[in-house]
Design a binder for this molecule. Structure first.
Ligand code: AP5
Length: 235
């Protein structure tokens, strides 16, 4: 399941790794990033969550991003980089980060390399979650999250233990995303193949690419990712 461990890079002063999760919609980036946050003390940085917060708050960036997200396209590099670099400047990221859904274009990857180089850091691992396209449509279309704590569930693959009650926080309100329908999911998948999948070669050439079979169960994928991140932290 896991590729051979290659040279790794962590912040020289703190040992804090920068981990990228690459994968199409529904690959499990958010699910696994939250597990790594809980288990390894890394901070999950999801550009999708940041953009949805901007949309909900009605900021200028959110207003510009809303229609693009609803259509399944990619928000402009300018907006995404502004939001991400603000977040990367917060002190809590010194613990190490899991980038969930970023970078997604060649421009974003180059900007990230520059941002990290300026801080004396580099990408420790870029983990490609490898999945089957059609299965991804089913995963996305069945997804819902707790409205209180954000824990993710699925109608078929990960139900709440007690119907209508969040396992994690006991919340009883759940949400479904506006872009989680089969038609928009196909557009998001197309954007992934056209603009994001080419980044796999970029990280392979840097010697930091790892591939994980994300068609396996959530627990199995979590185990594989945990091993990779532990190896990085121990480096
Ligand atoms: P974003 O929020 O990043 O969405 P996405 O990449 O489409 O990814 P998803 O959140 O849909 O899937 P995921 O991989 O996190 O899977 P999950 O863990 O939830 O982006 C949304 C939009 O924002 C984009 O379309 C774009 O417009 C914009 N955007 C964001 N970042 C951008 C950027 N950098 N540049 C430009 N635009 C940007 O899992 C899915 C479901 O499957 C869940 O129900 C889960 O329980 C289940 N599941 C997970 N793993 C498994 C498993 N192994 N087996 C069975 N079920 C599983």
């Amino acid at each position: 399941m896991v590729g051979e461990q290659t040279d790794t890079c962590v912040d020289a002063g703190t040992g804090a790794p920068v981990v990228i999760l690459l994968g199409p919609p529904g690959a499990g980036k958010g699910t696994q990033a939250r597990r790594l946050e809980e288990g390894h003390g890394l901070v999950q940085l999801s550009t999708g969550d940041m953009l949805r917060a901007a949309v909900a708050a009605g900021t200028p960036a959110g207003l510009a991003a809303k229609s693009v997200m609803e259509a399944g396209g990619l928000v402009s590099d300018e907006i995404v980089l502004a939001i991400l670099s603000d977040r990367m400047a917060q002190p809590d990221v010194a613990a190490g980060v899991i980038l969930d859904g970023f970078p997604r274009t060649a421009g974003q990857a180059a900007a990230l390399d520059d941002m990290l180089a300026a801080a004396g850091q580099c990408v420790g691992a870029a983990i490609s979650l490898e999945v089957d396209d059609e299965a991804m449509i089913a995963r996305v279309a069945g997804r819902f999250t707790c409205g209180r704590c954000g824990e993710g569930y699925h109608d078929q693959f990960k139900q709440t233990r007690q119907e209508g009650v969040c396992d994690k926080c006991g919340g009883t309100e759940f949400k479904r995303r506006a872009d989680d329908n089969a038609e928009t999911a196909r557009e998001r998948l197309k954007a992934y193949h056209d603009q994001t999948a080419p980044l796999i070669a970029h990280y392979e050439s840097m010697g930091v690419l790892q591939r994980v079979d994300a068609m396996a169960s959530i627990e199995e994928v979590a185990g594989a990712l945990g091993q990779l991140v532990s190896a990085l932290s121990a480096h």
